[in-house]
Ligand binder design. Structure first.
Ligand SMILES: [Zn+2]
Length: 134
């Protein structure tokens, strides 16, 4: 099977990918207002502070929606391929897209907590994967 397209870590996103490799979620928290931000945010989206620091996120991740790819997104992708759209409970403006190879979200309603794990098939960049209902 051909490898899926790989995210390319940058200096700003490297802490996210390092944590993902360890199976953890890291988000950026603003030192000035406390807002959580996406790993690629150069400034706090609310107060525009540059005081963002990567910190482990221990809160819940919720299912927002799901879809099933029926046409391969890249050469060699097995279909159907369920994909879950998840949000951070403490900051629902942050979305994480996760693979759902076992179709675990098929019976979950939007808002249901899910467990994310990270898998790195072939040793590439770890990708978010649904690991089951939390
Ligand atoms: Zn802020």
């Amino acid at each position: 099977m051909t490898q899926p397209p790989q995210p390319v870590p940058t200096q700003e996103t490297q802490p996210f990918w390092d944590a993902a490799r360890d199976g953890r979620v890291v988000l950026w928290r603003c030192d000035d207002c406390g807002r959580l931000a996406h790993p690629q945010a150069p400034r706090c989206p609310d107060c525009l502070s540059e005081s963002l620091r990567a910190r482990p996120y221990a809160g819940r991740v919720l299912l927002k929606g799901r879809t099933v790819l029926t046409v391969p997104a890249f050469e060699g992708q097995a279909v159907p391929a369920p994909v879950a759209e998840c949000v951070i409970e403490d900051e629902p403006r942050i979305t994480l897209i996760a693979q759902d190879p076992e179709d675990l979200t098929r019976t979950l309603a939007p808002g249901a907590p899910v467990t994310l794990s990270f898998t790195a098939p072939g040793g590439g960049v770890p990708l978010a994967t649904i690991g089951g209902a939390a």
